[in-house]
Structures are given as C-alpha cells and as structure tokens.
Design a binder for this molecule. Structure first.
Ligand code: SF4
Ligand code: SF4
Length: 357
C-alpha cells in the first residue's frame, strides 16, 4: 500500500492555475502537437497548449540537459584568456513519460561518473521534472514493458497520474514538495485516490506486456552472444543508410563532437559541443585515416551494443528505455523489436542456445 502522505491531489479545474503559477517563476515546457502525428517539447503559456496524451516527442527532453549546440568555452588570444562557459536557466519540464524519466536517469549516471560533466550538472540542477503516467501504449514501436519502464522508478520532482476528477501526484523530491505545498492548487490525497491509483496500476498489468520474445534479464546475454551475428554484416549493412536519425532521437545517446569556431581575425572564438552520431562514417575515423567502424553494419552493431551490452557490463544499466523513437524515425524502417526477435531466433536455431545462461 503506497504511503498516502507522499501523495497530493490536483483537481482538473485547477490545472490552468497550476501551469500559470509554474510559468511565473521559470520557463515551462511540455509536449505539444507538431504536425499531424508528431509531438515536441516546447514552451507552453497555458495548460490548454499541452498534449497530455502523446506518443514520445520527436526529440527527448535530453535537449534541455545537453542542447544539440552548446558553447562551452570562449577564448581571446589578444588577452590570453580562456573562459569556461557554464550556462543554465530554470526550466520546468512538464508531462514527461516514464521512458523519458528513465532516459534522464541513465544520462545522469553517465554524466556524473568521473569525470563529472559540469555543463550537464549545472543545467540539471535548474531543471524541475514533472512526470505523467502512460495508461495505454503510445504505439507499436514502444517496448517500455520489456525494459521495465512502464511504471515510474523515481527521478522526478512530481509524478502525476490522471484519474476521473484530477491528477494524483507523487512527491519525489524536496523541490516537488515545495510545489505541492501550495494549498490553493493541491490538496492532500484521500484513501479513495490511492485506491483508484491501485486499480489503474492493476489494469496496466494487462495492457503493458513484454513486446519481444526475450525477457529483460536475457537481453544482455543475447547481445553478448550475437556479436558475430550475420545480422550486422548482412541485413544491417544492406538496409541502414547511415542517416544517424536513430541516435539523434535516442534519449540515452550522449556522444558529442567539439568544434573550435574562430572569428575572421583569428583572435577570438569559442569551443562548441555538438551532438555527434556513431552512425556517421567519420565517427570512428582517427588521424592516420584508419576507420574502426567503416562498415554501416558494424556501426549498427555498435549502437545496439551501447544499448544492451556495454552499459550493462560497466554500470549495470540498460541504455535502452523502450521509447521506440529509433524505430519510428528510421528511414530504412529498421525496427528495434524486430532486430531483437531475429537475433533471438538466430540464437535459438544455433547449435548451442545461449539464452538463460
Ligand atoms: S534505442 Fe531506440 S527505443 Fe531504445 S531508448 Fe534509444 S531511441 Fe528509445
Ligand atoms: S535511423 Fe535507420 S537508416 Fe538511419 S542510421 Fe539509424 S538504423 Fe540506419
């Protein structure tokens, strides 16, 4: 039974007031419709602008933690100065799905392991996260249940679940407690709210079923044994067009390039950090011209290994949240779930099955 003292209740008719109050102190961003079927996190002046039911946004909320282009240093040769730029602003990200909360938790772990990334840490310190629970599958590309991300696991300040009359909200931090302490907006949760939440979660068990033929526990072994699979040298080599979309939209990809931009006098300039993709042919090219992953199929193998094997070995964490963005965006219609099922089938047909080892 959840601890009722950790929950507050937000009546639906106070939603507008809630968003306007948040907006008085900082920028508020939330999912909004973009085109016919797509959504994006963008600034929302009022609650009416928010799409509470949405399929994962084109880009995940990681864009607020590590923007695609970021100036991290400025230099002036004439003054012999080299200044580190650490910028951040208070932002509330409202309506974050559980898969994206898991993506942020993964990035937090990567960016805080030595050497800690000061740029990421400073932005994170100013970001308030308010999650929203998915009560249904967003679409067939998602695999949050197999990645065990259909339920919240923390990493938020407040987490809202929509019910008949309003939103029951779990307080996840002191910052969340501070927001929830406004008695004009929130009231203490009642036992009937907790009962309704438990009924909703029980119903979710029938809706969110593992979407692939491999369990969460088996995934790491599957990938460790699939390193030499023909999947990479044949199917991925033929199909992938190396557009890099799958990595750009992924909530857990954090590779970047550093670029020094000089002014025309060659005196002042800045160092920029720009998202990079392991799917670009030049990504693994080194000074001598050697390229460690020249083949597209091997670059795809690297992408999958970075989700399902390497981070599990090193940090005990899967690098896939099951958001489904890579499948939705792939120009070659490569599906993450299909790839995993095919690898599992290949293993099962091999002489020495390795699943469950
Ligand atoms: S690998 Fe695909 S499904 Fe997994 S987190 Fe990245 S974009 Fe989402
Ligand atoms: S989105 Fe598809 S085609 Fe583009 S690099 Fe990724 S797997 Fe290849």
């Amino acid at each position: 039974m959840p601890d009722i003292s950790e929950y507050v209740f937000l009546d639906k008719n106070k939603l507008d007031f809630f968003v306007s109050k948040l907006n008085t102190r900082q920028r508020v961003v939330a999912p909004v419709r973009k085109g016919v079927k797509s959504y994006a996190f963008a600034e929302v002046p009022s609650a009416k602008d928010i799409s509470w039911k949405y399929i994962p946004t084109i880009l995940p909320p990681k864009k607020y933690f590590m923007p695609q282009y970021e100036t991290i240093q400025k230099f002036d040769k004439s003054k012999r100065t080299w200044e580190t730029v650490v910028s951040s602003e208070p932002i509330v990200i409202l309506g974050v799905h559980t898969c994206d909360l898991a993506g942020i938790e993964f990035l937090n772990a990567m960016m805080s392991s030595a050497p800690c990334d000061a740029h990421y840490r400073n932005r994170k310190a100013n970001i308030t996260l308010i999650g929203i629970e998915c009560l249904d599958y967003c679409d067939g590309s998602a695999s949050c249940a197999v990645m065990k991300n259909e339920l919240p696991h923390g990493g938020y300040d407040l987490f809202m679940t929509e019910m008949k009359q309003g939103f029951i909200s779990h307080v996840g931090s002191d910052r969340g407690r501070n927001i929830a302490s406004d008695s004009r907006i929130f009231t203490p949760a009642k036992p009937e709210h907790i009962r309704e939440l438990e009924e909703l979660r029980a119903r979710k068990k029938d809706i969110f079923k593992p979407e692939i033929n491999v369990s969460h526990e088996e995934l790491k072994n599957l990938f460790s044994q699939s390193f030499e699979s023909n999947m990479w040298r044949e199917e991925m080599e033929k199909r992938c067009v190396s557009c890099g979309n799958c990595t750009n939209v992924c909530p857990t990809c954090y590779c970047f390039d550093l670029r020094d931009e000089l002014d025309l006098s060659l005196t002042t300039g800045e160092r920029q950090r720009v998202w990079d993709s392991c799917q670009n042919e030049t990504f693994a090219k080194v000074a001598s011209g050697e390229n460690f992953r020249k083949k597209k199929g091997l670059r795809q193998r690297h992408r999958y290994m970075r989700k399902f094997y390497y981070p599990v070995e090193k940090h005990g964490l899967y690098g896939c949240t099951g958001c489904g963005r890579c499948t939705r965006t792939c120009m070659a219609k490569i599906s993450l779930k299909e790839t995993i099922n095919k690898l599992a089938e290949e293993q099962q047909n091999s002489k020495e099955p390795v699943l469950n080892q």
